[in-house]
Design a binder for this molecule. Structure first.
Ligand SMILES: Cc1cc2nc3c(=O)[nH]c(=O)nc-3n(C[C@H](O)[C@H](O)[C@H](O)COP(=O)(O)OP(=O)(O)OC[C@H]3O[C@@H](n4cnc5c(N)ncnc54)[C@H](O)[C@@H]3O)c2cc1C
Length: 410
């Protein structure tokens, strides 16, 4: 059974920007580790729910917000989020800020959770939320990793070459085991558009049986049509193994000649020592986002939540991370016994995506229904504000003041 911590709560030693590993232990009520979509959405949800009744601290290795859906394209599309400073954002929303990385987690007998940082400092808290995302684990050898930080500048250089026509054939590869495959199709469409003047050939090789299979058949069919119309070749059920010497190697098939290859990496979890995780390092959570020990010989865990790409949900997607943050915020308020613990509405699973195709945006929405998906595809926004990561408070903050939606939104 989860044990409720009875330790001291308020009267904190407020964490400083860089905690002193030799100084006194810092303390906070809720420690949110991470600086991406999940962490910031949670920070905003906690502000709304706790209303200043508990102290919240953001622990992140980044100085600025990293908006992965746009940052991946290395400046090829505008990324307003790169100007968002995390220390300022935390201060504006009443939270402490520590610029360091979570290294490990310990539990004290009084129920306190202690986070150790990479620089050696200790921060004691009543509730710890792991929102540290995933890491690129396995990338097709020789290919530019799509979405990994070291891939952005290489992708930008490739886009420049495509635009100049000095690269004639590009492949975008989706390996098996990747659930959110939209970035691959988006990347292919953007590159094809960039190289349109030189008729640069772009093809997608995916291990999926149909493009963006997770979204259901109707959206797959729309995407296949869009790729065909743009002259992008699609090869499904294909597993490329390596890219070298201008050739893609596919087992039992002739090699494919291309000048450059971009590939989605397979993801692995953060595997933070002290936090139960599955075999791939993703924190194992229940439907409230609480970290749970799955193995019988592991001690029960209390006071730790995990949300976003670092948790063991099957689909790693920003819109889902936003929903998980809201659920966790309500549960944390209940756990602390303060603020508004009203559970969020039990929504059915909905996937929303804004696909950039070079000429505009295609809005995709799929609602889980018994026996399949109800899908909508539109050139008009299907949610508001029409941000890449849909829903929640962060989207509204990033979008700033917006006009009223042009048409009724779903
Ligand atoms: C190219 C691309 C396109 C995408 N397009 C879409 C889209 O259109 N719509 C959509 O909904 N989703 C999209 N996604 C998915 C979406 O970006 C992710 O699901 C989302 O970013 C997950 O948020 P997160 O906060 O869990 O992880 P991240 O955004 O990866 O953030 C993790 C944060 O934690 C920090 N961190 C890491 N380790 C530590 C540590 N030990 N201690 C402290 N901080 C740490 C990192 O520095 C980072 O700030 C896309 C992803 C990619 C790569």
């Amino acid at each position: 059974m989860a044990r409720r911590p009875g330790g001291p709560t308020v009267g904190h030693v407020l964490p400083t920007h860089r905690p002193d590993p030799h100084g006194p232990e810092a303390r906070t009520d809720v420690l949110v580790a991470g600086g991406g979509t999940a962490a910031l959405e949670l920070l905003l949800a906690l502000e709304a729910r706790l209303g200043g009744t508990a102290h919240v601290t953001l622990l992140t290795q980044d100085a600025r917000y990293h908006h992965r859906p746009l940052a991946a394209y290395g400046g090829a599309v505008p990324d307003a989020a790169t100007v968002l400073r995390l220390d300022e954002l935390a201060a504006e929303h009443g939270a402490g800020f520590v610029n360091d990385a979570l290294a490990s987690v310990e539990h004290r007998s009084d129920g306190t959770v202690v986070a150790r940082t990479r620089s050696g400092a200790a921060i004691a808290c009543r509730a710890l939320v792991l929102a540290v995302g995933s890491r690129a684990d396995d990338v097709l050898p020789g290919a530019i990793p799509l979405g990994a930080r070291d891939g952005a500048s290489r992708l930008r250089a490739l886009a420049d070459e495509v635009r100049a026509g000095t690269v004639g054939r590009v492949a975008v590869v989706v390996p098996p085991g990747v659930s959110w495959t939209l970035p691959a199709y988006e990347c292919a469409l953007l590159l094809r558009h960039a190289g349109a003047a030189h008729d640069v050939e772009v093809q997608v090789l995916t291990a999926e049986h149909r493009p963006m299979a997770i979204f259901g058949e109707a959206i797959s069919a729309t995407l296949a049509t869009l790729l065909r119309r743009r002259g992008i070749e699609l090869r499904t059920r294909t597993r490329a193994e390596a890219f070298s010497e201008g050739r893609l190697w596919v087992p039992l098939e002739p090699t494919i000649a291309v000048d450059a290859a971009v590939a989605m990496p397979r993801l692995a979890g953060p595997a933070i020592p002290g936090v139960p995780a599955d075999a791939e390092g993703f924190a194992t959570v229940d439907d409230r986002g609480r970290v749970v020990a799955l193995a019988e010989d592991e001690d029960p865990v209390a006071g730790i939540w995990a949300i976003g790409d670092g948790a063991d949900h099957p689909v790693k997607q920003g819109g889902l991370a936003v929903a998980q943050a809201e659920t966790a915020a309500a549960d944390i308020a209940a756990w602390l016994g303060t603020g508004d613990a009203t559970p969020p509405p039990d929504g059915t699973l909905v996937l929303r995506a804004a696909l950039l195709d070079g000429t505009g945006t295609l809005y995709l929405r799929a609602d889980r229904e018994e026996g399949g998906w109800r899908s909508t595809v539109s050139r008009e926004p299907l949610w508001w504000p029409p941000t890449k990561i849909a829903g929640g408070r962060l989207a509204a903050l990033l979008a700033g003041p917006t006009e009223a939606p042009p048409t009724p939104v779903a």
